[in-house]
Design a protein around this ligand. Structure first.
Ligand SMILES: NC(=O)c1ccc[n+]([C@@H]2O[C@H](COP(=O)([O-])OP(=O)(O)OC[C@H]3O[C@@H](n4cnc5c(N)ncnc54)[C@H](OP(=O)(O)O)[C@@H]3O)[C@@H](O)[C@H]2O)c1
Length: 309
């Protein structure tokens, strides 16, 4: 099959189209013909050698939308021809920048019928991150106040929609140019981080999603009600920050997204209800993966960059 092979870490130019044997599904696995593969910040970090994997050569990519080609022994939830989407294997190699992937069937779910393949490929990693953060980790409920740093990004935009659908009061931190769109997606308050320190204008909150890092978690802690939760997403929580949280009775935690059949079904339900919509900024052919990474790195596409396979 055709695949984008990474045989050394480096800039976008290291992404080269090649030929490798197609994977074969074993028991409980499906073979999926990939139609679209979404690009996430972790792909860019992995290409540079700063991702979860250290072996070479490898095939990048975790976000998949495609069609089931073959089912291994024991698979009961899919049949050949079914349209599926998912984030298989993360943080092990999934190899989404290729014509075929294999993975346990429950790493996938039926593709929401209203989404195109590129839209469906833009959803799993960012959407599962937002869902697992808000629902499984922070236990967000109606009436809670949630502060989202990086609200206009791939994860943040979906987190705003999911939090609003849960009935929370959503406060988003993003550039002013994104405010109108984020308000339409459900944000009740917005702060422009380029002109305003969020801690000067935001009232008490129950949950903080820190999708930015830097000093955003320690700066957010004074705003959080006792019993609240802060999730630091781009990096680990250091001892000093953990102590700050403990002194305040606030839970401060790391997070890493996991493959999640139930989470995908929940995202699909929200899409079906018209309460969640991924945003594709550009669709680029697989053979132009280097250009697609440049575009994703420039953050000028206005949405997720997706490879069409
Ligand atoms: N641990 C996990 O499981 C997990 C899962 C998914 C993502 N992540 C990580 O989480 C981070 C966000 O992911 P993503 O996919 O949403 O990335 P993204 O699409 O690149 O979005 C990042 C957003 O952060 C905004 N931003 C940058 N500096 C900011 C600041 N000082 N204040 C407020 N917003 C700021 C950017 O806005 P501008 O364009 O205005 O700069 C952009 O909208 C990345 O580091 C990613 O690797 C971790």
């Amino acid at each position: 099959m055709r695949a984008v092979i990474l045989d050394r870490f480096g800039g976008p130019e290291v992404l080269q189209l090649g030929e490798v044997p197609a994977p074969r599904p074993i028991s409980t696995e499906v073979l999926v013909r990939v139609h679209a593969a979404g690009i996430n910040p972790v792909d860019l970090k992995q290409r540079q050698g700063h991702g979860p994997l250290s072996h070479l050569p490898m095939i990048l990519g975790w976000d998949v939308a495609g069609v089931v080609q073959e089912c291994g022994f024991g698979v009961t939830i899919f049949s050949p021809g079914d349209e599926v989407y998912g984030m298989p294997w993360f943080p092990r190699q999934a190899g989404a920048y290729a014509e075929y992937v294999t993975a346990p069937s429950r790493h996938f779910a039926p593709k929401p019928p209203s989404l195109s393949f590129p839209e469906a490929a833009a959803l799993p990693l960012s959407g599962l991150t937002a869902w697992q953060l808000l629902v499984d980790t922070a236990h967000l409920k109606a009436g809670d106040r949630v502060l989202i740093h990086g609200a206009a990004g791939g994860v943040g935009r979906l987190a705003v929609q999911i939090a609003a659908s849960l009935g929370a009061h959503v406060i988003g931190v993003a550039r002013a140019g994104h405010h109108e769109e984020l308000r339409a997606l459900g944000a009740a308050e917005l702060v422009d981080y380029t002109t305003t320190r969020f801690e000067d204008v935001v009232g008490p909150v129950d949950v903080v999603l820190d999708l930015v890092g830097q000093d955003y978690t320690p700066r957010s802690l004074p705003l959080v009600n006792p019993g609240g939760t802060v999730v630091l997403v781009p990096s680990g929580v250091d001892d000093a920050v953990a102590r700050l949280g403990a002194d305040k009775g606030v839970r401060v935690t790391n997070f890493l997204v996991e493959p999640d059949h139930a989470g995908l079904l929940a995202l699909s339900r929200l899409v079906g209800e018209g309460r969640l919509q991924p945003k594709v900024g550009a669709v680029v052919p697989l053979e132009d993966a280097a250009r697609a990474h440049q575009l994703a790195e420039s953050r000028t596409a206005g949405g997720k960059v997706v490879l069409s396979v």
